[in-house]
Structure formats: structure tokens, C-alpha cells
Design a protein around this ligand. Structure first.
Ligand SMILES: [Cu+2]
Length: 149
């Protein structure tokens, strides 16, 4: 009888351990706020802000909300090359050159008030989220994200 109790406890502990390792591997959610002077007059220009500066490597869900009253915004997730940290930029178009960056995925063309999400599997490294509507990147729509081990 006593052996059965010990065995049952061991099984219980084992399943708890399995459960917690699953919990650790769960997806991290990063909320992304897209704002400009139409959503908040205190914002001189445009802004992209994240509720995390660092996340652990693995699955990351980005949930973006466009707070603008009149502008389309978007979120592009870019992995930064440590040897070339500056993103290539086309001054004429007012856009980051998407063909020349490590473009991992995007939540494109969010209408004013709209929300969207994307889930990516991220390796450790430096990343930047940008809005590449013409002029928006230089107007301040970028946010850094560090992915740690
Ligand atoms: Cu934008």
C-alpha cells in the first residue's frame, strides 16, 4: 500500500515537471502600439512602442493595434545583422529597402483602429520592428527588441 502511494507521488511529480517545461516553452506575447498625432496630440510625430524590450528565444506573438484616427500603419519584424546594424534606406521613396533586410514577417496595412497579429519563431539576437509606410520609419516608427537565450 505504502509503495503505491510513493509511486503515485512520483508519477504526480513527473507530470508536474512535464507540465512546467511546457509552460516555459509557451509563446511570449509582445503588444505593439502604433500611434501618431491623430491618436494623441502629445505625440509630435509618429511612434511605435512595445511592452517588452527583451524576450526569450522561441515563439513570439506580436499583437499590434493601430491607434491612429486616419493613417494606415504596419509592423515588419526585421532581424538586425550585427555587422550592418543600419537598415538600408531609400531616401526618394522614404522607405527601408525591404529586399535588402532580414524581413521575417509582417502585419501589413492596418487601417486606423485595426488590430493584427503574427507569430514567429525567433532566435537569440537583435531585432527591430518598423512601419514602412512612406516616411513613417524616419518619423519614429521603429522599436528595438532583444531576443535572449
Ligand atoms: Cu506607420
Amino acid at each position: 500500500m505504502r509503495t503505491n502511494v510513493i509511486f503515485a507521488s512520483a508519477v504526480l511529480l513527473l507530470s508536474l515537471a512535464t507540465f512546467s517545461s511546457v509552460t516555459v516553452a509557451a509563446t511570449t506575447v509582445v503588444n505593439v502600439l502604433l500611434e501618431d498625432s491623430s491618436s494623441d496630440t502629445a505625440i509630435g510625430n509618429m511612434r511605435m512602442s512595445l511592452d517588452h524590450a527583451t524576450v526569450t528565444a522561441g515563439r513570439v506573438t506580436f499583437r499590434a493595434k493601430n491607434q491612429s484616427k486616419n493613417l494606415v500603419h504596419e509592423v515588419i519584424v526585421v532581424r538586425i545583422d550585427p555587422k550592418k546594424p543600419a537598415l538600408p534606406y531609400d531616401e526618394k521613396k522614404g522607405e527601408v529597402i525591404e529586399k535588402q533586410i532580414h524581413h521575417l514577417g509582417e502585419i501589413s496595412d492596418l487601417k486606423p483602429g485595426a488590430s493584427g497579429a503574427i507569430t514567429l519563431s525567433l532566435k537569440p539576437g537583435s531585432y527591430v520592428l518598423i512601419c514602412n509606410q512612406p516616411g513613417h520609419y524616419k518619423a519614429g516608427m521603429e522599436a528595438n527588441l532583444l531576443v535572449s537565450r
